[in-house]
Design a protein around this ligand. Sequence first.
Ligand code: MEV
Length: 311
Amino acid sequence: MTIASAASKVILLGEHAVVYGRPAVAVPVSEVRAWAEVNTILSEEGICIYAEDLGRSFRLDDPPDETILPLQEAVRNTLRNLRFPIEALSLEIRLRSRVPMARGMGSGASVATALVRAIGKHLCHSIDAAQASALVFQVERIFHGTPSGIDNTVIAYEKPIWYRQGEVVFLRPGEPLHLVIGDSGTPSRTRDTVAQVREKHRADPAAVEALFDEIARCAEAGREALEQGNPITLGGLLSENHALLQRLGVSSEALDALVMAARRAGALGAKLTGGGGGGCMVALAFEEDVPAISEALAAAGAQSVYYTVVM
Ligand code: MEV
């Protein structure tokens, strides 16, 4: 039996604009992970996949649907990449995830990364972060249509990154970042909000490009504040970025309420994270304020609250 896992992520600054070539900053959430377990089985069954959180079990060659296709493709791409003949293998693959689905924390990329790593390990081929990222990017294309590539990159390397059009810079926070993540409880597919933004961009390119430039400014200034260990400036930029995402039309009442609750409880700044339209928000805090912010988020309706420290 072989097990591998992968982190989830939050985008600190720059979502949506990053799809249009602007820079963004993302960090891994190492405490909230997905796992894949691979066993060789003695049967002619081929490759069977049990996705516990989806309540689905299926074979690699089953007719695909929207839910299982990305997972089937992750397996196929990995085996192709390792030059293993699919027909020669009888495997049982179990997937488990604590990453909430369709909430902006990269659940799809996280599960796919764990899966790719576990298959590689099981077949005695170590898959490095660059390979995992590239394999998962192909899967992300099925999930999201036009992914920027930031999710698969931050998850595969499990390090804070600055990202622009495939260019990656690994960041070292000057001070540990204390992040509190609140889940609004409403699922929202990244693909849908990306399409919504595309429509807005098509209708008024100049206005939306100007918003993207403002978001890019937040991301660049935020990168500097993060590296210099200046959480007050970084927090302010998170809140500024949230206001720009509101103007882009990807926030929701529930997300705005959580952002407000976190700020009232002492957060240095807060914003929605990921595609928006639902899903999660993230607040930056001083360590001593984390319990009060977590309580305030729960009281304001967060379905789950996560805490992570990024070093
Ligand atoms: C999704 O986590 C972030 C978006 O910017 C989409 C992408 O970058 O592919 C909304």
